[in-house]
Design a protein around this ligand. Structure first.
Ligand SMILES: [Zn+2]
Length: 293
């Protein structure tokens, strides 16, 4: 499978999962993956689950793709998240991957930023600080915008997270002033694409529901960072800001995805990040597209 872009349909809409690149999370910059991703999981419960998922013990590094989404509704070309930009040598491939799909930056008329982390907004601007998608209206949840632009992030985050997170937000959010549209309730961003409040990973984290005909795509962004959290929604990450809120949000998303048999797109799952949530033997499971597992 091409790991840069993956085309699929949701009803009448043409969609593309587009990779901005990958990043490897490992010490010393991050805790070991099991601690990073499942910080509250009891070791005796976690170990057999890691083994079942074919993960090495000890698990020393986690390489994640950064999967953005383009939806062409016929009327609108919507981009969800802009990737990490120049954050690492292995990221910032979004624009070239869009061009390979014959999408120029100016073709995008709407950009949705699901939340203010560097891997989701680092591609907002180019090397000169200019907007990468100059023709677009930009959408973000109001609480999220306020968190990163009002000094709240500096007060809440620890020193380590502050450096990269706040710096990247401060480079990539102020240029949007005057054209960003902030939403504070669940609403249609364009016909067929609805913003859903999913706080917990961050204060104003946003998910999206894309609907056309009788088909549905649930774009969950970082509500889940790893498929093991589909089985264990109660295991949260050190990166999650309000864990209790996140766990409640996850249960709601899992129920909706399973009951409505919605296609699900997760930003950090193995490329293309698409799959279905299925309820089996009293727990939810992740069934990636293109596999029988
Ligand atoms: Zn992320």
């Amino acid at each position: 499978m091409n790991s840069e872009s993956y085309r699929f349909k949701v009803g009448d809409y043409d969609c593309i999962a587009v990779n901005d690149g990958t990043h490897t999370y490992a010490p010393p910059d991050f805790p070991p993956p099991a601690t990073l991703l499942f910080s509250n999981a009891p070791a005796e419960s976690l170990e057999p689950v890691l083994r079942k998922h074919g993960l090495p013990t000890p698990w020393l590094e986690w390489t994640s793709p950064y999967i953005c989404l383009v939806v062409n509704t016929g009327k609108h070309r919507v981009l969800v998240d802009t990737g990490a930009g120049r954050l690492a040598p292995t990221t910032g491939r979004l624009l070239q991957n869009l061009l390979a799909e014959n999408i120029a930056p100016d073709d995008i008329d709407t950009v949705v930023i699901t939340h203010g982390h560097p891997d989701h907004l680092g591609g907002n601007t180019d090397n000169d600080g200019k907007l990468s998608f100059a023709n677009a209206r930009y959408i973000m949840w109001k609480d999220e915008w306020d968190f990163w632009t009002s000094g709240q992030a500096e007060r809440v985050l620890d020193e380590h997270s502050r450096e990269v997170l706040v710096n990247t937000a401060q480079k990539n959010l102020p240029p949007l002033k005057g054209r960003i549209e902030l939403v504070d309730k669940e609403t249609d961003i364009v016909p067929g694409i609805r913003a859903i409040a999913t706080p917990g990973h961050t204060l104003g984290h946003m998910a999206l529901v894309v609907s056309s005909k009788n088909e549905k795509l649930l774009c969950i962004s970082d509500a889940f960072l790893h498929p093991i959290q589909i089985e264990h929604p109660e295991w949260y990450s050190v990166l999650d800001l309000v864990p209790e809120q996140l766990v409640a949000v996850r249960r709601r998303l899992l129920q909706e995805a399973a009951e409505e048999k919605a296609l699900v797109l997760a930003f950090h799952f193995a490329f293309p990040g698409l799959g279905y949530v299925v309820r089996e033997a009293g727990a939810y499971r992740w069934h990636p597209v293109g596999t029988d597992s």
